[in-house]
Design a protein around this ligand. Structure first.
Ligand code: SF4
Ligand code: SF4
Ligand code: SF4
Length: 318
């Protein structure tokens, strides 16, 4: 049986005890997936997995707290589920986790860049072992999967779901540690250069909040200080300073909580490289607190605790 057949069989077994199971189905065209809420066996026919099933579905879980929900997760998505559990934003007894052993997903941005013209409506996509055959307006294009993989998959340390009730597929070995050239280049900059880079980059931000809305760990929703009017913390003025203020609030609220799922960057309509900032912050948290969000159960995010003197920060020695 294929991985998809195994997954369908596993979901079918548990569907009766659940309000729904969240997976993916084909979206408005053959290249884009969209979340699927499976409530009956008939819905299972529409389920897809593979490199086009990109969304981190755990972003729906806090809003469904109290319901019995199944969720299909890749390795990276499972880290978000663990972090939500550790922050008590969801209950373990209410969630059935269908974990996948994942071979990576595509970046729509890289696909668009690799094609000679904007693909518009894609009629069909065939996913091969190493390539993607795309048919647009009667024309065929073949792209190597390795060339259009999402950046997060190039450095992935957890391809197999870290936490699951059912694990589907063959496990991968522990991947070698890798870093992205763009991250190394960014980290080699001086503090002044980093600041200048973000000032310039954030001047493109249109404050649409898609990055916040796509993030599984941005759970304040209606109480977010970026949009609160009473009290008014940040104005809606579209200036680099106010944009930067929003981004600084966002990244500091995610310090030690961001699971590097990449959804914020994927959602950004103006291609702001948000993951540079997220990875950089996560690196600081790892260095100082030896903490990586969503990699183990029963961890408390470091900024959820307070000690007069942190063991690894020698305040008085600064
Ligand atoms: S980051 Fe890892 S688990 Fe997530 S989609 Fe890429 S390969 Fe799969
Ligand atoms: S900040 Fe971005 S990478 Fe981090 S958890 Fe949120 S969406 Fe995922
Ligand atoms: S998604 Fe992009 S443009 Fe929208 S608020 Fe976030 S960084 Fe700004």
């Amino acid at each position: 049986m294929s991985q998809l057949d195994d997954l369908k069989a596993a979901i079918k077994d548990r569907l009766g005890e659940l309000d729904c199971v969240i997976g993916w189905e084909q979206g408005y065209d053959a290249l884009h997936a969209t979340p699927l809420f499976i409530r009956s066996e008939a819905d299972l026919d529409r389920l897809i997995i593979g490199p086009l099933a990109v969304h981190n579905l755990s972003t729906y879980l806090p809003g469904l707290k109290g319901k019995k929900v199944g969720i299909v997760v890749k390795g990276c998505d499972s880290r978000s589920v663990i972090e939500l559990l550790n922050e008590k934003l969801i209950n373990r007894d209410d969630v059935v986790i269908f974990g996948l052993c994942c071979d990576g997903v595509v970046s729509q941005r890289k696909i668009r860049a690799a094609l000679s013209a904007d693909p518009g409506f894609v009629e069909s996509v065939t996913v091969g072992a190493d390539d993607l055959k795309i048919t647009v307006a009667g024309q065929n294009a073949t792209l190597k999967l390795a060339d259009v993989k999402a950046d997060k998959c190039l450095t992935c340390q957890h391809p197999d779901a870290v936490l699951s009730d059912v694990l589907i597929g063959a496990k991968h070995g522990a991947p070698a540690l890798a870093s992205l050239a763009c991250q190394d280049e960014f980290e080699a900059k001086s503090d002044a250069e980093k600041f200048a880079f973000w000032q310039e980059t954030m001047s493109r931000c249109i404050r649409c909040y898609a990055c916040r809305n796509a993030c599984p760990m941005c759970v304040c929703r209606d109480y977010c200080i970026a949009t609160s009017r009473d009290p008014l913390w940040v104005s809606q003025e579209n200036s680099p300073t106010e944009n930067m203020m929003f981004q600084m609030i966002h990244v500091s609220h995610l310090a030690g909580r961001c699971t590097e799922c990449g959804e914020c960057e994927r959602a950004c309509p103006v291609d702001i490289p948000l993951m540079l900032l997220r990875r950089y912050m996560n690196k600081q948290v790892k260095d100082v607190f030896e903490h990586q969000a969503g990699t183990a159960l029963d961890q408390t995010p470091p900024l959820f605790t307070f000690k007069v003197e942190e063991e690894r920060i020698h305040e008085r020695g600064w």
